[in-house]
Write a protein that binds this ligand. Structure first.
Ligand SMILES: C[S@@+](CC[C@H](N)C(=O)[O-])C[C@H]1O[C@@H](n2cnc3c(N)ncnc32)[C@H](O)[C@@H]1O
Length: 249
């Protein structure tokens, strides 16, 4: 599979979030984004116990109606577009900018961007390529539905998930959430990006508890930001981190 190109430019129809130009969202150019502030100095001491507990349990919860509807839309769309086409999920896609980049980079794949915020999704300026779909959904619920239907992903991206940096919020981080084993079973390659190194390191540890041996946290070096948060963090001078791997092991 091709690597994600670093130099693609975001240029949907009305260019309102076009990167590399004066029209980039002004709020994101202030360069005043604060670094993640946490009372953790390293991997959370409870991580191993918690992840192993989740790996040995079956997570169940009621699925929100709006995500059931979003999932039904996704199923129909995949049928229309060709169910056998490889699938990319861009979970927590925010304004959909990264979803657009992925759709451009993988024209033979179907790319679904998911975010719970209708406000953020509404900022996508239009010009959606035919292989891209944006949906308002809770990713936890969506992953559960997708896994129950045996979806298998070619690539799963998590770009700048909320870090939940307070130690007592550990279980809200995706790798320490009970949905983690379900996320793992969706398979495929994955890429996590974050401005909090500990988040990436914890994620990598959680993966090793699940049996994934090769998973390295590396600095993210790109010429063009792929997301609104990435742009904001870059302008603010934050170090950015990337974790990539393959869940089909
Ligand atoms: C820090 S923002 C990053 C957005 C985008 N990936 C970017 O880099 O610009 C985190 C995003 O995750 C979304 N999010 C957090 N929890 C979610 C959930 N359970 N389901 C869907 N979206 C979620 C938020 O609405 C928000 O847009």
């Amino acid at each position: 599979m091709r690597p994600l190109p670093a130099n693609a430019t975001f240029a949907p129809s009305n260019h309102s979030i076009e990167s590399g130009s004066k029209r980039v969202n002004e709020k994101n150019l202030q360069g005043a984004s604060k670094e993640v502030n946490s009372n953790q100095e390293g991997i959370h001491p409870d991580l191993a116990l918690l992840v192993r507990k989740h790996l040995n349990s079956e997570y169940r919860k009621p699925i929100a109606l709006h995500t059931q509807e979003a999932f039904a839309t996704a199923v129909n769309w995949r049928k229309e577009q060709g169910f056998s086409r490889p699938l990319i999920l861009d979970s927590g896609c925010g304004t959909g900018e990264s979803t657009w980049h992925l759709a451009q980079a993988y024209p033979d794949h179907l790319v679904i961007g998911l975010d719970k915020s209708a406000l953020r999704l509404a900022k996508f300026p239009g010009g959606t390529p035919s292989n891209m779909l944006l949906l308002r959904a809770d990713v936890v619920d969506f992953w559960m539905l997708a896994e129950a239907q045996h979806w298998h992903l070619a690539l799963h991206t998590l770009f700048y998930p909320n870090p939940w940096p307070k130690a007592h919020h550990l279980m809200r981080r995706f790798h320490a959430h009970p949905v983690f084993p379900i996320w793992l079973r969706l398979g495929g390659r994955f890429e996590l990006r974050t401005n909090w190194r500990i988040y990436a390191e914890e994620f990598a540890c959680a993966l090793t508890y699940a049996g994934l041996a090769e998973c390295i946290v590396a600095p993210l070096v790109t010429q063009e930001p792929w997301t609104a948060f990435e742009r904001k963090y870059r302008v603010s001078g934050h170090a950015l981190w990337r974790l990539q791997g393959n869940l089909d092991f």
